[in-house]
Design a protein around this ligand. Structure first.
Ligand SMILES: Cc1ncc(COP(=O)(O)O)c(C=O)c1O
Length: 352
């Protein structure tokens, strides 16, 4: 393909760089992409096995009817306030294409999820970033002053794991004319959610994923909650059949089995505390996290070296060579055995 045929914008961007995914069966302690360390509910596997052949033969429901019904019951929001997507990255793509025209500004506090700038560039939108305020709090005035069409806010934030209060998000949405997209990929590990704002205020969209809290990263399923009139506009932008029949069945079964999911969240939250204390015991500085990962500063620097040494020992964590992050590692909260393996490797390795 001759390069000039590719849009200038596409040639100019690097694209999103996903975390490393080792081949199936590789013997690694995988703490680099914030998956749930526990398998999905047994009811999910039953639902997948029960998908009848004709459901594969025909197109799926374009709006993922069975998932919407299950999620509506669990979350207490109307079915038509839910838009399903092929992972929440799909929801973020749909939102960016729905709300940002070329030249419009997307603003977000930085550092945050590194997909946001990629999506904005694909749309030929402009990007204005704002530093987090003191203590990773929300820089409301600075964000409003950007003149943006849309503000994206990961809450809990990645990679910091920090959370801003819902009252601050409400203050931002009330002070701002544009869209406020609250990316709640990690909200099930946190103490509070902005879901109520998505129906109360006309300019708020909340995005959720089934990848983390429901152990379905490989299945690809996410969803947005917002007012029905906004769902209808976003639905015009999505692929007609953006969620397949198997993932709809799996996601519906997963969200319906709250007892199982909440059991994994409780274990992860308690392990988060144990991991934090263990790292602090080794002299690391750990940000208070509301997510299923922690961002920790390596004592004496050398985060890249520690990252590489851990990898040699079969332990994958995430290193970001970016402003404000190059002395830190982001570590997913795994099982107690994962924490033990990590802490043993860190304690053993001289010079780390
Ligand atoms: C803040 C944030 N939003 C969204 C996603 C995407 O999740 P999904 O697997 O639903 O596409 C991630 C994944 O790591 C994330 O960290």
């Amino acid at each position: 393909m001759p390069q000039p045929l590719v849009r200038t914008t596409i040639r100019a961007i690097d694209g999103y760089v996903p975390g490393e995914q080792p081949p199936p069966g590789a013997r690694v302690t995988k703490l680099n992409t914030n998956e749930n360390p526990y398998p999905p509910s047994p009811r999910v596997l039953d639902a997948v096995r029960a998908v009848p052949p004709h459901a594969l033969q025909r197109y799926p429901h374009p709006m993922a009817r069975d998932f919407r019904a299950a999620a509506s019951r669990v979350l207490g929001v109307p079915e038509d306030a839910i838009l399903a997507g092929n992972g929440s990255d799909d929801i973020l793509t749909i939102a960016t294409r729905t709300f940002l025209a070329p030249g419009n500004i997307l603003a977000y506090p930085e550092p945050t999820y590194s997909l946001y700038p990629v999506l904005a560039r694909l749309q030929d939108a402009r990007i204005v970033t704002v530093s987090w305020a003191e203590g990773w709090s929300l820089p409301i005035d600075a964000l409003v002053a950007t003149g943006a069409r849309a503000i994206y806010l990961a809450n809990p934030n990645a990679p910091s794991g920090t959370c801003v209060p819902v009252a601050a998000i409400e203050a931002l949405a009330r002070a701002f004319d544009g869209l406020v997209l609250v990316d709640e990929a990690y909200v099930d590990f946190a103490d509070a959610s902005a879901l109520g704002l998505a129906l109360e205020l006309p300019n708020v969209v909340v995005s959720r994923t089934m990848s983390k809290a429901y152990s379905l990263a490989g299945m690809r399923f996410g969803f947005a909650v917002t007012r029905p009139e906004t769902v209808r506009e976003m639905a015009k932008v999505k692929d007609s059949y953006n969620c397949d029949a198997v993932s709809i069945a799996a996601a519906a079964a997963a969200i319906a089995d709250q007892e199982y999911a909440r059991g994994t969240w409780a274990k992860i939250r308690s392990e988060r505390t144990r991991l934090t204390l263990a790292l602090e015991g080794l002299g690391w500085c750990v940000l208070p996290s509301q997510a299923n990962f922690v961002l920790a500063t390596v004592p004496g620097g050398g985060a890249a070296k520690v990252h590489a040494s851990l990898k040699e020992r079969g332990i994958l964590v995430r290193f970001f060579d970016a402003r404000g992050l190059s002395d830190k590692l982001r570590i997913t909260v795994g099982t107690p055995e994962d924490t033990d393996a990590l802490i043993a490797a860190l304690s053993r390795a001289s010079g780390l």
